[in-house]
Design a protein around this ligand. Structure first.
Ligand code: 6PG
Length: 244
């Protein structure tokens, strides 16, 4: 197992402050002259951030023409399904901003099966990266957003699943989700998610306090195994922060 990066913990007052802080960090990460890549996450935690990106002042600060949007994991359902992570991101911001369609890179959930979607998405990522191997000195993403599940999962990397051990592939099909919704998933693997200048976990709910305490205490849960070539940051609302 790759050693977990030493995380930086940023505690903010509430969910509104979390969304603001995440939006500011995203804009800082894509503020360079080249094309930029952001890997989005599913679930409810990023929705406040997504809505902010669709509204001023942040909407006016994102260099939409240069930023490419990927998804760290998705449920194997059509984008029109309420369970779709890319569908939710589109509805929350991508549909209402001037992001070029070719800059939006959904996991192809219309493929025959999750493993096929994973192969295709891995090819798409490799084409974007212009190489077949990840170079630690040249991260694939500028920013990777991550969520924390109640069982310690992150992306669709569930406790005790074989995907946790993957070192070569960038994307994998997950035939059986470890928790609801029990639909098959497609997920980026740890090495692909780690290829980023910043990995930013968003924890915006008090319900996550106990599991977050276990992850930060070093228990061998998927979210603890996540690492990043660049900064690893946990952005947490005060009510979810473990006691000192
Ligand atoms: C998914 C996610 C998943 C999510 C966590 C947290 O597709 O389910 O990407 O890893 O981030 O379960 O979800 P919430 O933000 O809804 O708590």
């Amino acid at each position: 197992m790759t050693a977990a990066s030493q995380p930086q913990i940023v505690v903010v007052a509430d969910a509104a402050a979390l969304a603001q802080t995440a939006a500011r960090r995203l804009i800082d990460r894509v503020a360079h002259d080249n094309r930029a890549a952001v890997c989005l996450t599913g679930g409810s935690s990023p929705l406040g951030l997504y809505r902010l990106l669709a509204a001023d002042p942040f909407r006016g600060e994102v260099p939409w023409a240069r930023v490419h949007w990927f998804m760290g994991d998705d449920r194997f359902v059509p984008e029109s399904d309420p369970l779709s992570n890319m569908g939710a991101a589109r509805r929350a911001f991508l549909d209402s901003v001037s992001a070029p369609q070719q800059n939006i890179h959904p996991i192809p959930t219309a493929a025959n099966e999750p493993a096929d979607a994973a192969r295709r998405y891995e090819d798409e990522l490799k084409q974007f990266y212009r190489a077949d191997r990840l170079d630690p000195g040249r991260p694939l993403f500028d920013l990777v957003l991550m969520g924390l599940g109640p069982d310690g999962h992150t992306a669709s990397l569930f406790p005790h699943s074989p995907e946790l051990e993957e070192k070569q592939r960038w994307v994998m099909g997950v035939p059986k989700a470890g928790m609801e919704p029990f639909v098959p998933r497609v997920t980026l693997t740890f090495p692909a998610l780690a290829s980023t200048r910043e990995m930013l976990f968003l924890v915006d709910s008090t319900d996550k306090r106990a599991i977050l305490g276990r992850v930060l205490a070093g228990e061998d849960l998927p979210a603890h195994r996540a690492y990043a070539q660049g900064n690893l940051v946990w952005l947490i609302i005060r009510a979810a922060a473990p006691e000192q």
